[in-house]
Design a protein around this ligand. Structure first.
Ligand code: AMP
Length: 373
């Protein structure tokens, strides 16, 4: 039986139920498709009138995330609410909590993931290694931070950064010009808009990996194999399975992921990004409290993909089997790379996913292809 207004912690949403999704991008679109396959309806809530997720959902709300009236209307009509991006304003979460709506994953995950400084402190609390870091609120802090973490280093805004945006690098060499060091610091501070930031030591990693995991409402965890990721200009370009890492490194990555999901009492799918050092030690870069781009390979190389796991978790359903049946390379189609759709369709063992975005702007994720090996 469908639960009328909201999903109590122990209950199960029956097929036919309505899942509300905050955010209208491609992740919302793929969540909506997975939900439809399981017999659910999705309502999308996003401020943009044109949204990849809206095209495949039963209803869309075009309203600001802090519009109380629209949120109340939305919350009344859905059984459970989830989100496809981690920068859901804290105010939205508060409004929804006041309305008594069930939001999964919960506020704790958002609170830890939205601020890079809070996130790093949390990671250290659960015993995960991180890059050396220093909170920066002024140029003086930045100088102190550089003395502490050394150079090269990366200055990142604490909030609202994604795909390498809101960050700038400080190299380990200055030019011979007088005042070069001071100028580099001033430039970096201006680059992040003089916003509260975090300075991180540059990690000389050998490779980057990520793990996607889902945790059910009953605490069960389903974890996918680690993917090896390559970034281009701060944007994920490809994820390759299997990752070239030792079984000990994989074991450590899985343990950290498990600790993180449990510490957050997480419900839903999440992605954890790691730097692998020479020798196999791990440093956590960040985690995303949502389905993750580096988990798109699961759509074609596993019986149950990350999007379905997320929907199962938020609906209180048992999780599916995360085992991988094929080796696979996921490649993002960025900007006009998606124009090659016809050639990709002709490839054997390639599964094409397009997001229905009308304009192929530079750096915009237009789709991806999973090539089974
Ligand atoms: P982020 O937005 O923090 O995920 O960073 C995007 C990409 O920049 C990462 O996937 C890395 O390739 C690189 N990066 C970020 N932080 C560091 C770091 N502390 N050391 C080395 N590379 C980094």
């Amino acid at each position: 039986m469908r639960i009328a207004t909201s999903l109590a912690s122990s209950s199960v949403l029956a097929p036919g139920g309505v899942i509300g999704i905050l955010g209208g991008g491609q992740l919302g679109r793929m969540l909506a498709k997975a939900a439809a396959r399981l017999g659910f309806k999705t309502y999308i809530y996003a401020p943009e009138a044109v949204a990849p997720a809206g095209d495949v959902s039963a209803a869309r709300y075009v309203a600001y995330y802090t519009d109380e009236t629209s949120l109340a209307h939305f919350a009344e009509r859905v059984d459970v609410i989830t989100y496809e991006f981690e920068n859901v304003p804290a105010e939205t979460v508060e409004i929804l909590a006041k309305l008594g709506a069930t939001v999964r994953p919960g506020a704790k995950a958002l609170e830890k993931a939205q601020d890079r400084l809070v996130e790093k402190q949390f990671l250290q609390e659960i015993g995960a290694g991180t890059a050396a870091f220093h909170g920066v609120d002024s140029i003086t802090d930045l100088e102190a931070g550089l003395n502490r973490v050394g150079r090269p280093a990366i200055l990142k805004t604490r909030r609202l950064g994604y795909d390498g945006k809101g960050q700038t690098r400080l190299t380990d060499k200055d030019t011979d010009l007088p005042g070069a060091y001071e100028k580099a610091i001033e430039f970096a501070w201006a680059e992040v808009g003089a916003a509260p930031s975090i300075l991180e030591a540059f990690v000389p990693f050998e490779r980057e990996i990520s793990i996607i995991a889902a945790r059910g409402a009953n605490g069960d965890i389903a974890m996918y194999d680690p993917a090896e990721n390559v970034h281009r200009e701060g944007i994920l370009k490809s994820s390759t399975l299997p990752a070239k890492i030792s079984s000990e490194t994989e074991k450590k990555a899985r343990e950290i992921t498990m600790a993180l999901m449990n510490a957050l009492e997480y419900v839903g799918a999440a992605g954890v990004e790691f730097f692998v050092l020479k020798g196999g030690d791990l440093v956590v870069n960040e985690f995303a409290p949502r389905v993750h781009n580096s988990g798109h390979w699961t759509q074609d190389a596993c019986a149950v993909c990350q999007f379905e796991q997320h929907i199962r978790a938020v609906a209180g359903w048992p999780l599916g089997n995360p085992n991988r049946h094929s080796d696979v390379v996921m490649e993002n189609l960025i900007g006009d790379e998606a124009n090659a759709w016809l050639e990709i369709l002709r490839e054997k063992n390639a599964a094409l996913h397009l997001y229905g975005k009308r304009e192929a702007r530079t750096g915009r994720k237009m789709g991806h292809v999973n090539r089974l090996k």
